[in-house]
Design a protein around this ligand. Sequence first.
Ligand SMILES: C[S@@+](CC[C@H](N)C(=O)[O-])C[C@H]1O[C@@H](n2cnc3c(N)ncnc32)[C@H](O)[C@@H]1O
Length: 737
Amino acid sequence: MGRRVGRRGRMGGEGEEGFVKRPANPAIAKTSLCSYFRKKGCNHGENCKFAHGESELQMRPDGTWDPTSERCKKKEETEEGEDAKGDESRYRKCLVNVPMNWSQQKLKSFLDQNGVRYSSAQKRKSMKVCFMGFNSQEQLSKSAEILDGMPCGNKRLKLADVLPRAWEQKAVGVTEAALAGDKEEEDNNDGEDNPMVEDGSGDENEKKTLEPYRNVTQVVTPLADLSYEDQLAKKKEEIIQILKRLARNIRKGCPSGMLLPDWLAAAKDREGLPCEFEGILPSPVVEGYRNKCEFAIGLGPDGKNRVVGFQLGSFREGINAVAEPGECRNVSSVALNFVAAFQTFIRASKLPVWNKTDNTGFWRMLTIREGREPGSVDEIGKEIAEVMLVVQVCPTGVPEDRAKEEYSKMAKALVEAATTATPQLPLTALLVQEHVGVSNSAPADCPLHALPLPGLEEIHNSGKPLDEPLAHIHDYIGTSKFRISPTAFFQVNSAGAEKLYSLAGDWAALGPDTLLFDVCCGTGAIGLTLAKRVGMVVGIEMNASAVADAQLNADLNGIKNCRFICGKAEDVISKLLKEYAIDGPDEPEQTAAPEAGKGEEGGDEQASPVVEGSVKQEEDKRPRFKNIVAIVDPPRVGLHHVVLRTLRLHKQLKRLVYISCNPDSLLANAVELCMPIKEGPVEKQKGRGGFRGSNLGHARRRVKTLPPSEPFYPVKACAVDLFPHTKHCEMVMLFER
Ligand SMILES: C[S@@+](CC[C@H](N)C(=O)[O-])C[C@H]1O[C@@H](n2cnc3c(N)ncnc32)[C@H](O)[C@@H]1O
C-alpha cells in the first residue's frame, strides 16, 4: 500500500451518485455512427445519441473508432500493411447482430446447424456481438460466405473485423467480449455503477505508448493533482455550462407563438444562465472524506496477485484489473488499514476471487462504511468511531460448511487486524452479502448475514455479550445521530452533507406552518435535520431498511413530527399530497405504470409500493397544510415522470428544492417542471412510440401531454462539493412559482 497510514479520523465520505458527465458512455460521447442517418436520415437531429457523419464521430474511451467508420478502416489498412497483427488475430472476427438473448450454447448450435466451421465462438447474453476464431483463411472465407448477410431474427448477420488493442491485450483477463463496447453491456459496467471510478476516457498518449493501464488515482481521483481551489474552479465552470444548457433546452421546447417566460427572456442578460448561480461551496474535509467505499476483489495488473482495491476502468473498456487504493486521497486511513488486512486474508484463501470475464469466483467486493463522532462541520478532525464491513460473495458451487469455515477465518483475521493496529481500528459490524448476479451492485433484498466479532462484541455492548451481531453503524449530521443499515443510502461525505442540507433548508423557506415532503429520503437525513424548522415532515423512500432506519432515527433524536413512508415515490406521492394538503390537485390521482414498479411481486423490498398502514383510520385527525414544500433528492436517474407530473399539477406546492447528483437527469426533470404549456387540447401520451432520443427529448415530449398548469421557474442554483479530487459534486436548485 503506497500511502502511509496516519492518525485515525480526519477522513470523511461521494454520493452513490456523482455529478459528472459520463463521457465513458459511447452513446453520449457519439462514438458510434448513426445507422438511420447513414441510410435514410435521422429525425432525432442534434438530440441523437449517435454521430451524424464522420465529422461528429468521437474516439471511443479505449482509443478505437467505430468499426464501420472510415477512420477505423484507414487505421486497419495501415496496420495490415505493417502486418502487425500476426496470424492468429487475422482469423478472428466478430459476428454482429446475433440476437441478444442467445447464450453461447445457442450460438454454437446455430453455427453447427448451418455448417459453419470455426475454432472458437464466444458469446454472452445481452450482447449482440460474438467473437469467432478460425483455423485458416479458407475456413474463414467459407464461414463468411455462409454468415455474411444471413437473416437472423429481424436482422442480418455481419462478419466484421476485431480490432486488437495492444494496450488492453497486455492486460490481464481481458476477453474480446469486452472489446465490443456495445451499449448493451452497460448493465455490467461497474465503472459506471461505482462512482469511485471516474470516466474511462484516459489519455491518448498513454495508449499510443501501449501503457496497459491508467494509474489508480487517474481513475478514482482524477483531479487530485490540481490544488483544491483549481478543482472548485473547474467544477464551477462545468456547472455554469450545465445551467446554460438548461436555459437553451427550455427555450427550444417552448411552444411556438408563445411569449418566453420572464426568467428565460432574462437569461440573455445573465450570459445565458437561467437563474442566479451562487457558485460552489467547498467540502469542509478534503482528505480521506469518504465514509463509504466499495472495493473490488480481483487480480492486479500483473494478472497473478489477488488485490482488493479499485478497478482500473470499466469492464466495457475491457479493463478487469484491480489496483490497491493506497494513493486515493478520498479514502480514509481506517479504510486503507482494513483493505490491507482483508487483502492479506484473501491472498491466503483457497476460494477463488471473482472473475468478471466468466462471472465465476467467490470473493467479489468489500464495502467499508464508517461512522464519525458528532460535531459541527467546522471540526474537521472528527474521529471515525464505528466501522461496518460488508463482504460480497457469490456462494454458487461452494458448500455451506466450507463457506462458513471461511467466514469465521475472515472474522478472526479482521478482528485481529482491528485490535492489533496502533491506534486500534474501530470495528462494529461485519456482514456477508450473498449475490449471484453479474454486476456487483446487488439488489437491496440480497441475503445479508451479520457475523460475530469474537472479542469485540462486548465492547459494543458495555461488557455484555450481544444477543445478535450488530448489522448497522451510526453517523452524525451536525448533532443529529443516524443509524445506517448496510444497504441504506447515506451521503458519503457527512460533513459536506451538513452544508448541503442546511442550504436546502434555507432555500426551502421553512416555517412552523410548513409541511415538508422529503422525497427519496433514505435514512431521513434531510427531513430529520430540518424537522425542528417545520410543522411536519413526510418522507418517502423505497428501500425498506432505510425507512426502518429513518423511523428509528426520529426516535434517536427525539423528533415527533416526522412520518416515513415505504414505497416508490411515483406510487404514493399523489395520495399523500391529498391527505395533507388543504386543496387537492387539479387532476385525478396518478400512479406509475405497472412496469415502473407498482404491483411488482416477488418480495423485492425495493419494489414495495405499500403505503404505511393506518392511513385510513387516522385520516380525520391528520393535520392539513397550506404551505407545502418539497425537497427532492433522487437517485442518478432523477425523479419518475409521475412524481414530476404530480408535483407540477399540485397548485399548493409553490416551492421545490431539487438536490441532484447527476446533471443530465436534473436537466431533464427541470424541463418537465419549468416548460411553459400552451392552452388547448392536451396531447395523448403515446408511450415511447419508438422514440429513442435523449432524456431531455423525452421530457420535452411528456410536457406536451400535461394539462395546462403553472410552470415552476428556476430561482437560484448552487453546487456543494461533496467529492473533492473527483469530477463529481452535488447541486442544489430552487424552483418556485
Ligand atoms: C440520493 S439518495 C438520497 C437519500 C437521502 N435524501 C439522503 O440525503 O440521505 C436517493 C434515495 O432515493 C431512494 N429511491 C430511489 N428510487 C426511489 C423511488 N422511486 N421512490 C422512492 N425512493 C427512491 C434510494 O433508495 C435512495 O435512498
